[in-house]
Ligand binder design. Structure first.
Ligand SMILES: Cc1ncc(C[n+]2csc(CCOP(=O)(O)OP(=O)(O)O)c2C)c(N)n1
Ligand SMILES: [Mg+2]
Length: 542
């Protein structure tokens, strides 16, 4: 067994798990980890400018790669700065490991004012992690990191945290390291699969909802095959976008706040199969909500999500990929002959939705179509918490899984730009576009320095309405136009980008189609500022 410092044990453990990047801001309690990275070639250190970005970058990386992203922060303020991002990763079921320093072991629990002390740090991370642990000895470090990765690779992937006191990281011990593990999925319940197949085959109008879980489980091919075997249309949540190509004849695109092509189809459906979604936002408004006597077959990696918002006739807990494969086999044994939905019918639903977009949000629809037109199928769009981001849930046609990134129900203002940096780290050879508002961009624009330093050449489109637009339109719609505290003064975003050493551009919405291809070709990070009026969000429509 090799004798190593705590810092070396951390680095070696991460390398054994196949981790490529460690994203961090240094500080006295974690310097032993930094020291272990001196001359280290197998694990790349990315130093960011705010701890929120450690986890945002790790999250962006994880969403594209499907394997853990890792951040490292000092205790107390470092962990607290990272929390909104950890909450976002939790909401998005993203495998992110936060490694945190701790105060010296002798000071733990004393509330004595040790440097960066917070009593008790584990209590802060518990609500936004699946699993967390404090490690007190060097010998325990490899096991804890291995377990954190195992937790994120089994069942529902959600963030984990491991924290290590300053003195433990500095001291030496004998460490046994673990090889990465392939954890087999638990055996499926064949009887439930047969019942689900029976229901779907007998349905007059079967319908499929795909959520973020369909993406996380990499089950797109099986989902598409099942849909085709059944002739069932597939609509997605915002998080599920790309789980079926949105130009597929059975795709009804994304649904959001009761809107989407799905709202013309769903009322006709008699049996719905939900894959990897708790149906929360779909159940919130009548358009896309299931109603009795519609039957639900609910498949989810997290059994506690099944039937949470609508009673499930058949529960299918487990891994979507293997369950969809088995379900598809069972359906094909039974042979579906009838055409359940005609292509003319599905075309009409899509047409209705396009007409609705054209009527309610012509400017946003044009902008989103322009962005789509300029991007290859494998390009990745990070949809920020901004007007164009909300409308993109309904109007952007994602064609591949893991090419559309949201902050899910956390709706974390400020997440998109730092998350997009992590996305680009995971996909350096693919175009990455971040769509962000003037309000959201200034949360994390300091990471332009990170983008320039590490050559993370993404394109960021800042839609500038000089306002916290959706909160301003909330006042316009719901508070009799009494605008207070929602208008903003901003820098010139193109100049700001240039000051950081990035490229700055400006374009009116009509010229975005001209400017975007040039930005995508640039060998630098690019910020394009696009002026817009404050526009209404889908959830503010009467
Ligand atoms: C962390 C956080 N704080 C506050 C909010 C509330 N909020 C939602 S949208 C928004 C305004 C966003 O402004 P901007 O980024 O300029 O986008 P716009 O709506 O103008 O397109 C605010 C303040 C939030 N979602 N998250
Ligand atoms: Mg704005």
């Amino acid at each position: 067994m090799p004798r190593v410092t705590g810092g070396e044990a951390v680095v070696e453990s991460l390398k054994r798990e196949g981790v490529e990047y460690l994203i961090s801001i240094p500080g006295v309690q974690i310097m032993s980890v930094f020291d272990a990275l001196y001359e280290e070639k197998g694990l790349r250190l990315i130093v960011v400018r705010h701890e929120q970005s450690t986890v945002y970058l790790a999250d962006g990386y994880a969403r594209v790669k499907g394997k853990p992203g890792v951040g490292l922060v000092v205790p107390g303020p470092g962990v607290q700065n990272a929390l909104a991002a950890l909450g976002t990763a939790y909401a998005c079921s993203s495998p992110v490991l936060l490694l945190a320093g701790q105060i010296e072991s002798k000071d733990l629990g004393k509330d004595g004012g040790a440097l960066h002390e917070v009593n008790d740090q584990l209590d802060m991370v518990r609500p936004v992690t699946k699993w967390c642990k404090r490690v007190m000895r060097v010998e325990e470090i490899p096991g804890a990191i291995h377990e954190a990765v195992r937790q994120m690779s089994t069942g529902r992937p959600r963030p984990t945290e491991v924290e290590i006191p300053w003195d433990t990281l500095r001291s030496s011990g004998e460490a046994e390291f673990f090889p990465p593990e392939d954890v087999p999925a638990s055996p499926p319940d064949r009887a439930s699969i047969r019942r689900a197949a029976e229901l779907l085959v007998q349905a007059q109008k079967p319908f499929i909802w795909a959520g973020g879980g369909a993406i996380l489980s990499d089950s797109s091919a099986d989902l598409k095959e099942l849909a085709e075997s059944l002739g069932a249309p597939v609509a997605t949540t915002a998080e599920g976008k790309g789980s079926i190509p949105e130009d597929h004849p059975l795709s009804l695109g994304g649904a959001y706040y009761g809107f989407g092509a799905a709202r013309w189809a769903l009322p006709q459906a008699d049996v719905a199969l939900a894959v990897g979604t708790r149906l929360t936002w779909l159940q919130m408004r009548p358009g896309t909500a299931l109603k009795p006597p519609q039957k639900l077959i609910h498949l989810d990696a997290d059994p506690s999500m099944i039937g949470k918002t609508y009673p499930a006739d058949v529960a299918l807990p487990g891994d979507a990929k293997s369950l969809l494969k088995l379900l598809g086999e069972e359906v094909r044994k039974k042979k579906v002959t009838r055409e359940r939905w005609t292509s003319a019918e599905l075309d009409q639903f899509r047409k209705n939705h396009q007409n609705w977009l054209q009527e309610k949000a012509p400017l946003q629809y044009d902008i989103i179509k322009t962005i789509r037109q300029e991007l290859a199928d494998d390009a990745i769009l990070v949809a920020g918490v901004t007007n164009i981001g909300y409308w993109a849930n309904l109007a952007y046609a994602a064609r591949r899984p893991r090419t559309y990134i949201t902050s899910s129900y956390f709706a974390t203002l400020g997440y998109s730009f730092p998350t997009a940096l992590g996305v680009k780290l995971a996909a350096p050879d693919r175009p990455v576009v971040c769509v962000v508002g003037d309000g959201g961009f200034l949360y994390g624009c300091a990471e332009l320095a990170t983008a320039v330093r590490y050559g993370i050449n993404l394109v960021t489109i800042v839609f500038n309405d000089q306002a916290f637009g959706s909160t301003k339109s909330d006042q316009l719609v719901n508070f009799k136009g009494r605008v207070v505290g929602t208008e903003l003064n901003n820098p010139d975003f193109a100049k700001l980008a240039e000051l950081f050493g990035a490229q700055g551009m400006k374009a009116d919405p009509e010229r975005l189609g001209k400017v975007l291809p040039e930005a995508l070709e640039a060998k630098r990070p690019v910020v394009i500022e696009v002026p817009l009026p404050t526009l209404i969000a889908p959830f503010q429509l009467p």
